[in-house]
Design a protein around this ligand. Sequence first.
Ligand SMILES: [Zn+2]
Ligand SMILES: [Zn+2]
Length: 371
Amino acid sequence: MATDRDYYSVLGVERSATDAEVKKAFRRLAQQWHPDVNKDAEAPDRFKEINEAYQVLSDTDQRQRYDMFGKAGVGNGAGGGAGFDPGFAGFGDIFDAFFGGGATQTRRGRPAAGSDLRYDLRITFEEAVHGTEKEIEFPVLGRCETCHGSGAKPGTAPVTCPQCNGRGEIRQIRQTMLGQMVAASPCPRCRGEGRVVESVCDGCHGEGRLERKRNLRVAIPPGIDEGHQVRLANEGEAGPRGGPPGSLYVAVHVTAHPTLKREGTELIYETAISIAQAALGTRVKVPMVEGEEEIEIKAGTQPGTEIRLRGKGVPHVRRPGSRGDLHVFVSVAVPTKLNKKQREALLAYADASEETVHEGGIFDRVRDALG
Ligand SMILES: [Zn+2]
Ligand SMILES: [Zn+2]
């Protein structure tokens, strides 16, 4: 493992060193300590330490954090997450070949996974609230049943790749400015899988998978909302030649309710009552998830009043048994047109309340005269 030496002393530069000086020092030391060139037992560790120091000091941002906070400021100090200087093309390969890590390492020697799929499913407002089960049908690359996904003709089996001897990668020795280098790349013959199919399956031409229609029943939990996704592991595309399958994501779209507005677990209903109803009280019908219900509006209800119907909202999708509320917002509509009887009643009301009203204007008089 790399020691805890200061990065500047690892590279043998001053703290005030310029980027060019850091780079120059790194190149010299990397050449000197590269394990391909230097057979000293401590060469791999020294080389790794040099790399780690360079990754931090060659990055303006990282170097600043290192200067301020030391190694704590630049991650765990292993340098695993930091990128390489793009000026050293292919250096990542060399590093991986010696020290492991990186994407090529973890995927080497086995087939790739299948892709994830997305299915867009539209359901009604009621189905979203109560939950439902839906049968869906979609085209998918599924496992070839003739060869059971191996891609090999029945009776035969994939064999170890002769080009890479099953390693899944090809190592090449190259001469570079750092000296002799070993670069690893995925084997082109077996695509990094380490095994090849010699006599291919007629059904899938060696792919191990075929496009077909699949039917699935999808359970939609109560309380699901627009934009939510239901993940079905292993129901995505099959991987090539026996690789693991991807996931299926069912993206849910919910058709809106004609009069109820939904915000998460809360439902909102807006109703307008008349002045008389607000003053005297009334009953109004409120649409609910489970049919309609009549609620009482008390005498003297003010515009903008909210009536909260507890537990009449939408179930919480992650907390079964818990349900939101239904909020009824009451507005009071002031009439813009009055018939004669209504007008007389309101004038009588104003009179009884000793209120001044704008009564008997020129237009009203003309209208009264016309009958
Ligand atoms: Zn097949
Ligand atoms: Zn191979």
